[in-house]
Design a protein around this ligand. Sequence first.
Ligand code: SAH
Length: 215
Amino acid sequence: MDENEKFSNLRSNMLNTQIIARNITDNNVITAMKKIPRHLFVETNYLKEAYSDYPLPIGFGQTISQPYIVALMTQELELTKDDKVLEIGTGSGYQTAVLAEITRQVFTIEKITGLIKRAEKILNGLNYKNIHFSNSNGYDGWIEEAPFDKIIVTAAPKEIPKPLLEQLTDGGIMVIPLGFSGWSQTLYKIKKDGKKIIRQEICGVSFVPMVKEET
Ligand code: SAH
């Protein structure tokens, strides 16, 4: 069995035991995760664990999210191919690839230069043409490209950053973990309905903190 076949088997196994078995039903999400070579997004010393049921370190004190959490957050976004999506916290770029498989345009923001450069290289290597990168602070969103149909945040702030709410279209959806790191955090699905903000709890989660700009 060659390397690619080996990883493809690990990927099928991940889909069956961690994703489909746990009620992820969105076919777009399943198809994307079946296709994307997750092992390219982890550090080489974790290659064997690339398809395991937990987050992994990616350097700079950050992590690539557990596959199930990527699937769950993406499913909750209710993506269609016409969506313009903003992602805060590019990290490894794996979640970015899942979004880019499903939607028209993805705008991704990462604070750590080393990480966004690494992610950009991997994603360009995989030939994605619909991803735009910004090495900046996610608290500000991406005003020049707003509004966004969907926003996904993969680091946890204490409350929803106001610019992100403002940059969400009316009827748009944001998926975001809120709370203190090391304490209990909750993943929320936020819907913007005119002036009304509807918050729905999804589950308890554990994310790295969304870092404020140093002053
Ligand atoms: N989706 C990523 C998760 C990476 S962890 C993956 O699966 O690989 C969260 C990322 O958010 C980290 O890379 C961290 O550097 C970034 N981050 C934290 N605070 C941020 C901020 N204020 N603005 C932009 N990115 C931030």
